[in-house]
Write a protein that binds this ligand. Structure first.
Ligand code: MG
Length: 381
């Protein structure tokens, strides 16, 4: 987070609306966007503020507490948008000189847009808000027909965060308990000038389902994705079973190795270390160390998965291929996916385990051992 808000500047994020235009399902601010709620992204944009108040619907209080308690102050909203903002402002009274009021359904607000509002307030404006000039022609219409055109000169599309001197906007709310469409309208009613700052086309408000898809596309453009591959081989030796991707399969031989010789899990673990540029299993668990003799390879995979998360990555997917003539992997592939998912704390639908032979060619074809290759995709949070 590069933006650091000046002392005295607080953020108020509104998320109490029920928004019915999106159809059935959770309100828009709680919908999933790139793996987490829309609201998460909006809150993250204001992480550089010392004080953040989040206003939620009473029905969402438990969820909000679970997700955000400690990071932000959570307040229950009122029956209208104005009443909700008023409740949030009261929680900030005496605690800040300025407040930026942001719509929790605008997840892609940039540091540049936020900074524009802050700078206008620092320059002395009592109120300042981002907007974009209307560039499309404006029409009136009815029943699918244009009934009139309207001039667009001097018209702007309003965005948030809308910034205010805290006392001024609090007074405006008290003086106009019936509220207004937004806080800029209230500030105008109270006689304050409102400076227009630079908005952004990407600062869209999630209103329709199509907006979620657009927001996701915009975010993908900035995604930091890491790929890693892993390869491993273990030779057959005496034994009556092999362990592949955490599942034991009866066989007329075992696999030779320092640990449990789980060739599939080793390839996958190395793929994760590779994606992180963190070497390989041998670097983290040296084979010269006797404590890893006969070890359950789940220890290695769990370490790699935890390391990925501690470095700020989540898993996109993992794909493991086992190369052998025997034993037959197919009937146990689902069990292997489930076991890997459990170890990595991941949904099994993101993990693939499949097998192939090498047409009796080479060492796997001669049944001298089993090889495995694996690929993972990691996504920076
Ligand atoms: Mg190995």
């Amino acid at each position: 987070m590069s933006l650091r808000a000046p002392a005295g500047f607080a953020a108020l994020i509104t998320a109490a609306g029920r928004g019915t235009r999106m159809g059935a399902g959770a309100p828009k601010q709680w919908r999933d966007l790139a793996g987490r709620p829309v609201l998460d992204h909006a809150i993250a944009a204001f992480a550089g503020f010392d004080r953040v108040v989040l206003v939620v619907h009473p029905d969402d209080m438990a969820d909000a507490m679970e997700r955000y308690a400690g990071a932000v102050t959570i307040v229950t909203g009122g029956a209208t948008r104005s009443a909700s903002v008023h409740a949030g402002l009261q929680a900030l009274q005496g605690q800040a000189s300025h407040v930026l009021i942001h719509d929790g359904a605008r997840p892609l607000v940039s540091d540049t847009v936020i900074t524009g509002v802050i700078e206008a307030l620092q320059a002395g404006a009592v109120a300042a808000a981002p907007a974009l000039p209307v560039s499309d022609a404006l029409w009136q219409g009815r029943d699918g027909m244009v009934t009139a055109t309207a001039p667009r000169d001097g018209l702007f599309r309003a965005q948030t965060p809308q910034g205010f001197a805290l006392e001024a906007i609090l007074q405006a709310h008290r003086a106009h308990p019936d509220g207004a469409a937004d806080d800029v309208e209230l500030a105008l009613k109270a006689g304050h000038g409102v400076a227009i700052t630079q908005g952004s086309e990407d600062n869209l408000k999630i209103t329709w389902l199509a907006d979620l898809a657009r927001a996701e596309r915009l975010m993908e453009g900035e995604m930091d994705i890491r790929l890693g591959n892993g390869y491993d081989v273990h030779a057959f030796g005496p034994g009556d079973h092999v362990t592949l991707c955490g599942v034991q399969l009866p066989h007329d031989a075992g696999l030779v190795g320092h640990s449990d010789a789980d060739v599939g899990m080793h390839a996958l673990t190395d793929a994760i270390y590779g994606a992180l540029s963190q070497g390989d299993i041998g670097r983290h668990f040296p084979p010269s160390d006797p404590q890893w003799k006969g070890a359950d390879s789940a220890i290695f995979l769990r370490h790699a998965a935890d390391l990925a998360r501690s470095m700020g990555f989540r898993f996109g997917n993992a794909d493991v291929t086992l190369i052998c003539e025997a034993p037959k992997v197919g009937p146990r592939a689902q069990a292997m996916q489930d076991r890997l998912a459990q170890i990595m704390d991941l949904d099994a639908s993101r993990i693939s385990v499949k097998a192939t032979t090498s047409e009796r060619l080479g060492f796997t074809g001669r049944r001298e051992g089993i090889a495995s290759i694996a690929t993972v995709a990691l996504i920076k949070e």
